[in-house]
Design a protein around this ligand. Structure first.
Ligand SMILES: C=C(O[C@@H]1C=C(C(=O)O)C=C[C@H]1O)C(=O)O
Length: 250
């Protein structure tokens, strides 16, 4: 069993670094397909007894089977769907590190909206090749990876709170969002994250050729990965940190 104190700021940071790999590989996989807009059109799929797009259907069905088989018993995992089947398997005794009153914050709607409106158009070619099920499955992999990363802000906030409780408490009582954000933020770490994800996108996504003249062609533009983290992923992680910390004394 993982003990509650096995999460430390260092271990949380290590996990965030490993999650970068998952996010970047999932972007590379989605980039194999063009936009494939019918995937997201309500009227296109005509699935019997379901009103929604093919993507909505795959999201619901996939999360439901994952819920049944215990995925969301782990506090590090957060589903997008609200109504899911209960787990039908016996499960591992996961450490309950988060503060219960603060653990349930949810910005799924925002993450979904940002993904489809702001992130996807950045790295996808327009077009339609008919591979809608694969497209939706790849979207879901990215959404799950960025959701885990953003909600990991709760673990970041909890470790920081435990380290400096006296500094946080008065600001939480005063509901001083701005001061809490200043206390939570570490600009130096953010700059390292940004440089590292750009580099990882180069290393993981470079077209490999035995012809040494072909260099510098990437499956997903590294500067887009940088921007994705800078504009969306890090800010949303920090929002989760602040929302979590505000409820830390409830
Ligand atoms: C995750 C941390 O907290 C904040 C959020 C960061 C992020 O989203 O990458 C980086 C630094 C901090 O501003 C941390 O300090 O490691």
């Amino acid at each position: 069993m993982v003990k509650a104190d096995e999460y430390t700021l260092e271990s949380v940071r290590e996990s965030l670094i490993r999650q970068e790999d998952t996010i970047i590989f999932s972007l590379i996989e989605r980039a194999r397909f063009p936009l494939n807009s019918p995937t997201y059109e309500r009227n296109y799929s005509s699935i019997p007894n379901f009103s929604g797009s093919l993507f909505d259907f795959i999201l619901h069905q996939t999360e439901d089977i994952q819920a049944k088989t215990g995925r969301y018993m782990n506090p590090e995992e957060n589903p997008y769907e609200e109504k899911l089947s209960p787990s039908i398997v016996s499960h591992y005794n996961f450490s309950q590190f988060l503060y219960p009153a603060a653990a349930s914050i949810n910005i799924n709607k925002k993450i979904r909206k940002v993904y489809f409106n702001n992130i996807l158009p950045l790295f996808i070619a327009f077009g339609n090749d008919g591979n809608y099920a694969q497209t939706a499955a790849n979207d879901l992999s990215i959404l799950q990876a960025i959701s885990k990363r953003i909600y990991y802000g709760k673990f970041v906030a909890e470790t920081k709170f435990r380290k400096s409780q006296c500094e946080y408490e008065p600001l939480i009582r005063a509901k001083d969002r701005k001061a809490l954000m200043n206390l939570l933020v570490d600009k130096r770490v953010e700059e390292i994250v940004l440089k590292r994800v750009e580099k990882k996108a180069m290393v993981f996504g470079e077209e490999v050729s035995i012809d040494s003249k072909i260099k510098g062609k990437y499956k997903v533009d590294p500067s887009i990965v940088y921007n994705l983290y800078n504009k969306w992923i890090i800010p949303m992680t920090k929002d989760i940190e602040v929302e979590y910390i505000l409820r830390r004394l409830d």
